[in-house]
Design a protein around this ligand. Structure first.
Ligand SMILES: Nc1nc2c(c(=O)[nH]1)N[C@H]1C(S)=C(S)[C@@H](COP(=O)(O)OP(=O)(O)OC[C@H]3O[C@@H](n4cnc5c(N)ncnc54)[C@H](O)[C@@H]3O)O[C@H]1N2
Ligand code: MOO
Ligand SMILES: [Mg+2]
Length: 423
């Protein structure tokens, strides 16, 4: 195909893709399988946390009123009438000048309204009595019922990613089954007659397929499931057949390679053959200008570039927000921050440029360090990248110390808006 392509802006391209966004259904899983999921329902507290008044220390539960007159030169002895290890309760009521030995996490016994740490008392008669010489306030050293979470409150919203802290809350509230979003199934096909499998030795003119493995990890990082259809040579019929099969079985399709203007770049023809509507086939960005997206019956087909860095960037800009939205994120876009460029970047930018790089933190400042070779076909610059610097089109290079926009790749929070929503 040698027709002239008209580039659209990154902003327009992302907006076009997001017109086809969809949300996932509910999928209830066992608690032990909920890691890396997204909540379909909010987490609601059906009981207070802690569920009872408890001791935050190993010590003695007492009535604060019995200590009112105590000081370093006025002590009294308290009779130790029982003990409460964590997990136990007692019915005995703590009376005047009585105490109950209590462990951290133990339920405060009836009658008591304060706890004194064991280091602050002295034992008498082998522990039958303790001497206290300080005044305690009512409620001192008590973790009150509901002080952490009040019953009846929504504590975590729908669409939240299950990080270790969210998992702790699911356990706390007894979610032995967890309502998750059913993640999108993303069909993945690597195209290219030059591609070898990971285990194969190099041969003349051939390279190992890295894109599908990279994209598969990007899909998982973004919150999708992968249906991998393998790598396939540049054969139009085979490609059409495999794409049609994938369309039946998946929510979205990603192909890598074959989207440019070469004789064996068949993806544009594949889209025509299956009557998919091409949404765009050129974006004013580097790398990834050839990124092509088509739509068939509401399903998106992402034609990512074969060049590894272009493929990587195309995924983060166009596929990630679609996956995050599917998982009910209200901030599906890659999260932007401002950072100081830590070395000169003299290249001019006719198109908006996305530079792979690494964030560094210094005395409260965020610095961006471009890594490696800044070429679309480079693979070496991806491994160290945790951010993409955005250099707007029409600019003539940047200097060390310039404040730049940077997109965070290892981030779960995301952003409600694209970094350039004003444009
Ligand atoms: N005459 C023109 N040529 C090219 C243009 C253009 O506008 N006019 N655009 C260039 C740009 S920009 C890009 S980006 C590439 C995109 O090429 P394709 O998306 O068609 O990808 P392929 O041709 O299949 O492969 C490109 C490159 O990437 C390597 N590759 C492919 N798949 C993999 C994989 N799975 N793992 C690792 N590497 C892969 C492939 O061997 C090629 O070297 O087109 C330019 N050309
Ligand atoms: O479409 Mo490209 O700019 O070499 O990635
Ligand atoms: Mg090509």
């Amino acid at each position: 195909m040698s027709e002239k392509r008209n580039p659209i802006t990154v902003h327009q391209a992302v907006k076009t893709v997001m017109k086809w966004k969809k949300r996932g259904n509910k999928n209830v899983v066992n608690f032990s399988e909920c890691d890396d999921g997204y909540l379909f329902d909010p987490i609601c507290a059906d009981h207070p946390v802690p569920p009872f008044n408890r001791s935050p220390y190993d010590g003695y539960a007492i009535r604060s009123q019995d200590t009112e007159l105590l000081s370093s030169n006025n002590s009294i002895d308290f009779e130790v009438i029982d003990e409460i290890p964590a997990g136990h309760t007692i019915e005995k009521i703590v009376g005047k000048n009585q105490t109950v030995k209590i462990m951290t996490g133990g339920a405060i016994p009836p009658g008591a309204d304060a706890v004194i740490m064991k280091e602050l008392v002295s034992k008498k008669e082998g522990g039958k009595y303790i001497t206290i010489k300080r005044k305690l306030k009512p409620g001192e050293n008590i973790s009150f019922k509901g002080e952490d979470v009040e019953a009846g409150t929504e504590i975590i919203s729908k669409g939240t990613y299950i990080n270790p802290g969210v998992k702790a809350l699911l356990a706390t509230f007894g979610y032995s089954k967890v309502p998750l979003v059913k993640k999108p199934i993303i069909g993945l096909i690597a195209t290219g007659s030059e591609l070898l499998h990971v285990h194969e030795p190099l041969a003349p003119g051939k390279i190992r397929n890295s894109n599908s493995h990279m994209v598969s990890s990007q899909i998982k990082r973004a919150g999708g499931n992968v249906n991998y259809y393998g790598q396939i040579g540049d054969d139009l019929e085979d490609l059409v057949e495999l794409t049609q099969k994938a369309l039946l079985e998946c929510d979205f399709i990603i192909t890598t390679g074959g989207v440019s203007v070469g004789d064996y770049d068949h993806l544009p023809e594949v889209y025509r053959s299956i009557n998919a509507q091409e949404l765009f086939n050129k974006v004013a960005m580097r790398p990834g200008s050839v990124t092509t997206v088509a739509e068939k019956e509401g399903k998106l087909l992402f034609g990512l570039s074969g060049n590894p860095s272009a493929c990587y960037v195309g995924f983060e800009l166009f596929v990630r927000p679609i996956i995050r939205y599917w998982n009910y994120s209200d901030s599906p876009y890659v999260r932007p921050v401002k950072a100081y460029l830590n070395k000169d970047f003299p290249k001019a930018n006719p198109f908006t440029r996305f530079v792979r790089g690494e964030l560094q933190y210094s005395s409260g400042d965020i610095l961006f360090k471009p890594v490696g070779l800044d070429k679309s076909n480079a693979v070496s610059s991806l491994a160290k990248s945790d951010a993409l610097m955005i250099l707007p089109g029409g600019t003539r290079g940047y200097k060390k110390g310039n404040l730049v926009d940077v997109l965070l790749l290892e981030d779960q929070k995301g952003s409600e808006e694209m970094w350039d929503m004003r444009k």
